[in-house]
Write a protein of this length. Sequence first.
Lengths: 346, 173
Amino acid sequence: MTNDSAVLSIDFLAGFTIFIIAFVWVISLIPGLLIGLQAHTIDYDAVAYRTGVILVEDPGEIAIIEQNIPVPWESFTNNNSVARFGLAVSKDTPNILSEEKVNQFFCTTVFYPIDYKNKTIFGNYHFNISFHDADRNVDRSIGDVLPEGYGYIRRLVKIKGASNATINAINYKNNDQNVTSHTFSILINTPRLYTDVTDPSYQIDPVKDQIMINITNLTSTKSNLTANVNLTNISVMSGNQYDFYGDDGFIPYPSSITLDFQNSSLPHNVTEDISIKFSPKLFQGLYYGIYDPALYQPIFVNLTFDLDGNSTFLNNTWSSPFDYNYDPANVTQPQLRDAVVEVAIW
Amino acid sequence: MVIGDGGQLYTIEGFAAALIMIITAFLVVNATSVYTAGDTHINDMQLEALGSDALKMMDVASNRTDEKTPLQDIIENLDTANRTKFQTMFLNYTNASGSGPRHDIQFNASYTCRNVTVNINSTAPFAIIHSRNLTGSEHTVRATKWVIVDKAVCDSNVKQNRAVLVEVLLWRD
């Protein structure tokens, strides 16, 4: 063979083929390089973490339009009044959650998924927020069913329980009062409750936490056992006076008082025991327009019982009112229970 | 039989070009491992938040009338029963059931305090308890909590309120 021009072309072809194969291989590596930069799961975890921090370390905030009313967000039943959800008792007590806030937060009849996205997650993600009360073994959750992969954070918290007083009626029987109408007074001394205990984790705060009064053993106070007893009036006073279901029938906040665990109306028939729950909304209404808690006045609650025949009954008119205070002999103090908040975002 | 040798050059160039590209790709692939480490930070962050929360919750009294928090009580009376109590409480908090991923967590707890008798800024660690020995191969994160204890600690013979740093190394099994 004297002419070698064709041989050159075949060698060129071989070299070029090797180049192309290597080139294609390198190009095919490029998507693999970017996998490390894919940030979806990282984003989700970060959003879950942020949501967890907002929920357990922040007391939440009301919307600007409502800021002329100094009440916490959980008192509003209108979702536009809330700027940010937060479950902490106060900003100084991270990881200590308020029971009122938790109850309201998981109330899906008031808030919609869009509210949770706009006011606690701050992004349009799917979510599942769950709350496990370890001591009572109660689970609550909102959001969608968990998929395979999601961003996640778990926060360990304490939930501040409500205080309550159990009053044995026999200690308040007045033998001199053989009449048809009896009054029992309860003093909730808000300024003293605020100064005696300053740590919000353990404070009895009628404006933020529910207060419950159980009166037991009522029959033992009656001299006339056949007399039928009705609770006819509950009056709450502190500068302003609210008479509940009284003659004027004025009810400032519906369901702010719960009798025997239901929204029953007055007169309410009373036999052996009675339980009365006061919602914080009631006392917020009582202190309406007072912006400085240092100016709050003590609260007097008068329960009026009417009997259909003369008898002795629960009556402390001639002695001092029952003091709802920090004495464990009078009042079961607020307790902190273990709980877990979990946030999943995807 | 090949008379001309001009073609040899093309093949070698092809090989050289391929080699350069492969070396470049190899270097680039190696360099990206820096970015993928971001995922581990998230796991560490979750574990650290959990450990910090657990210590924080152990240092909260359930009742106002409780004189000491459980954690204060454990450090002040560090006997076998209280060491076990620390382990039970800590694992109970960190492994508490939930809908999320399983939390098979191990830990090693100790506390440190400043030596005041020699008045130098040295600390001595005191072991509390560990759920498993550290072999050195675990990927641990650290959670700490300052606790005020009424105890003679770190060579001091005087029982007084002292701040000690409780330190827990925790890792997933």
